[in-house]
Design a protein around this ligand. Structure first.
Ligand code: 5GP
Ligand code: MG
Ligand code: MG
Length: 197
């Protein structure tokens, strides 16, 4: 068990299981892509480990780049429209495969689809290491899924809890015991705070 900030996490997915999932995905994608050279696009920050390990397993030539979605600063808007950082290449006619760490509600994915609508790509495909089917609220197709997980908060392998945990080589799941609940409810001021995105 590990502690990050005020929360406890238990081992959930081993580095070996992650490795096997990425290997499966790499082989499946390579078969589907055929002779084309795909452009893999990682969505920062969370996907940096996924991309690094995935492309090493991809058995054919490919290109790799990263994008980052950032909220507009100083704009009060009820709609949570995001802007894109990092897309400089011309993607006309290309097969683009988005590499995600995790798909939860699908909100980030909706933004990606909105952004890529204006690029004349040949195909836009979505690959994600982790997927929470119970939390997913959109209709966008997920072409390649590594590991389906229950709707519980995880950390490690690129995924953070309030900045911590990205560096862990395996994945941990939040521990919600009676004891934990008491900690959050009756702990010192500030205990139990923290973002989950
Ligand atoms: P969505 O937009 O699909 O709701 O969520 C995608 C983003 O939310 C991820 O890229 C990640 O930053 C964050 N997220 C969703 N679920 C988890 C989780 O279980 N753990 C962590 N650390 N981040 C998550
Ligand atoms: Mg992500
Ligand atoms: Mg995060």
């Amino acid at each position: 068990m590990i502690k990050l900030h005020d929360k406890y996490f238990k081992p959930f997915v081993s580095a070996k299981e992650i490795d096997a999932a990425l290997e499966r995905m790499a082989i499946e994608i390579a078969e589907d892509v055929g002779d084309e050279i795909p452009m893999f696009i990682g969505v920062l920050n969370g996907s940096f480990m996924v991309v690094s390990d995935f492309v090493k397993k991809y058995p054919k030539p490919c290109e790799v780049t990263f994008i980052k979605l950032a909220s507009y600063e100083g704009v009060k808007s009820s709609e949570d429209i995001q802007r894109l950082i990092g897309l400089t290449q011309d993607l006309t006619g290309r097969t683009v495969i988005i590499l995600e760490d995790i798909i939860d509600t699908g909100k980030t994915l909706a933004e990606i689809h909105r952004i890529f609508k204006n690029e004349n790509v040949k195909a836009l495909k979505i690959a994600t290491l982790f997927y929470k089917p119970e939390a997913y609220k959109k209709d966008f197709k997920l072409h390649y899924i590594g590991i389906e997980i229950p709707n519980k908060f995880i950390v490690g392998y690129g995924l953070d809890y309030d900045g911590l945990g990205r560096d862990l080589p395996e994945v941990y799941q939040i521990k919600q015991t009676q004891h934990m609940t008491n900690l959050v409810l009756f702990g010192p001021p500030g205990a139990g705070k923290g973002t989950q995105a």
